[in-house]
Design a protein around this ligand. Structure first.
Ligand SMILES: Cc1cc2nc3c(=O)[nH]c(=O)nc-3n(C[C@H](O)[C@H](O)[C@H](O)COP(=O)(O)O)c2cc1C
Length: 418
């Protein structure tokens, strides 16, 4: 039986180990994690989600504090339309995060940035243009467009000097989404360099409705492969979502995919941004502890641990500090849900909002424990220690396990001396 290392992904002039670590916002896929993927000859992602918050934590800047101060008087108001991002600061924070990552890059792999369209930031087009252009300015190897159809995203950067040489790709969950993207961008004469096909078992937001279980990744990869072949388009397909072992990956590499994108296995890596106690929650989880729900204000279903503190919390919307999901008119479905509960609040009663969550604040505090369907298998990838916790893993260990494992085996780490 083959292993992943028997294959290579050709992107631009590079021959890469066909393993991408997917973007995991907000700074769950850290620079350190992406750098390991690149060092090992694969592809890593950083994310530009809540970039000012990430920059503050990484570089000790105070973007969030200053924004909160500037819009302080608006905090009690329900109308958030005046809360805007300063585009100069947004560009600065993005450049800092990207440039410092790229300066540290070693090895032959690539580092891309995951750019979600659903982060509408109260000025969808302007902010997205700045995010993408600043990342290109700062030397990112490429951009993965995600969480949205991105019908106008290429057009926003068509005048950038790196538009034609940076690696630009898109995540789709259906052949239809790819067809619409290609049609809308035809005038630019610029095809995506890769297409990530993400199935319904992935972590984060899903490109499916609540009927996600009716779909399966292999079928969608096959449909996309047949469509590209019929159109005589040679765009590498990267399969994502529920690929838990190297042999799962080989299955896709032998059937039309040029690489795989994986994430859940890396949520417990030492280099991953989740706090250690949250990593232990991921390890401990059973299949029944994981759900797909609709609490995200983006409108997309999201998979997470049912015990995520973000579910059912009734905190005040944090838009003056964050505001990444404001739709361009100063609204977010969490604000609506929160205000509804406030209007019905009995005196002294704690506010609980069950249907939506303040995703910005909770992602910033690592309180929304999003994960892929197979997170419950993470416990099988390491040892349980005498104190009941699970032994940590390095990103290198997990990466190499994907790269070299055969027969669905998962390599355990060197046991810690106890
Ligand atoms: C904790 C976590 C956070 C994620 N965040 C994002 C994100 O911000 N943007 C995105 O496009 N995909 C996100 N994803 C999806 C991954 O990039 C990846 O495509 C998918 O999870 C792969 O499936 P797997 O987790 O089963 O390996 C996230 C996944 C996880 C597990």
């Amino acid at each position: 039986m083959k292993c992943v290392d028997d294959f290579r992904l050709k992107l631009g002039n590079k021959e890469l180990v066909p393993i991408m670590i997917g973007g995991m916002g907000v700074n769950i896929s850290t620079a350190e994690l992406a750098l390991e993927a690149a060092r090992l000859g694969g592809v890593g992602h950083i994310s530009d989600a809540m970039i000012e918050d990430v920059a503050d934590k990484r570089f000790n800047t105070s973007y969030v504090k200053e924004k909160t101060k500037f819009y302080k008087l608006n905090i009690p108001k329900t109308d958030k339309s005046i809360v805007q991002f300063d585009l100069g600061r947004l560009a600065e924070a993005t450049r800092m995060h990207v440039a410092s990552t790229m300066e540290a890059k070693r090895g032959d792999g690539l580092i891309l940035v995951n750019c979600m369209e659903k982060l509408t930031m109260n000025a969808p087009r302007e902010t997205l243009r700045v995010r993408m252009a600043s990342a290109l300015d700062a030397g990112i190897d490429g951009i993965t467009l995600s969480a949205g159809l991105h019908l106008g995203s290429f057009g926003l950067i068509e005048d950038h000097p790196r538009f034609r040489d940076a690696q630009l790709g898109i995540i789709v969950s259906s052949v239809r989404a790819l067809q619409v993207f290609l049609r809308k961008n035809a005038r630019l004469n610029r095809l995506p360099d890769y297409v990530i096909v993400e199935g319904p078992l992935a972590g984060g937001h899903l490109g499916f409705g609540m009927d996600w279980a009716k779909y399966d990744l292999a079928t969608i990869v096959d449909e996309v492969a047949r469509f590209l072949k019929a159109e005589q388009l040679e765009i590498p397909i990267i399969a994502a979502g529920g690929i838990f072992t190297g042999s799962d990956a080989v299955g896709f590499l032998e059937h039309g995919a040029a690489a795989v994108q994986v994430a859940t296995r890396f949520t417990v890596a030492d280099e991953c941004g989740l706090p250690d106690d949250v990593k232990q929650e991921y390890y401990k989880s059973s299949e029944q502890d994981i759900e797909v729900n609709t609490v995200s204000p983006t409108g997309y279903p999201m998979r997470m641990l049912k015990s995520s503190p973000a579910i059912g919390a009734g905190i005040r919307p944090g838009c003056e500090s964050y505001g990444y999901l404001l739709d361009g008119k100063g609204s977010c479905s969490y604000i609506v849900a929160y205000n509804r509960e406030v209007a019905h609040q009995a005196r002294g009663q704690k506010i609980v909002v069950m249907d939506k969550t303040c995703l910005c604040t909770h992602m910033s505090n690592f309180n929304c424990w999003t994960c892929g369907h197979y997170a419950y298998r993470l416990k099988d990838t390491t040892f349980k220690l005498p104190d009941g916790t699970y032994q940590g893993l390095s990103a290198e260990h997990i990466f190499r396990d994907y790269q070299f494992s055969r027969h669905h085996q998962i390599a355990l780490p060197q046991p810690l001396a106890v």
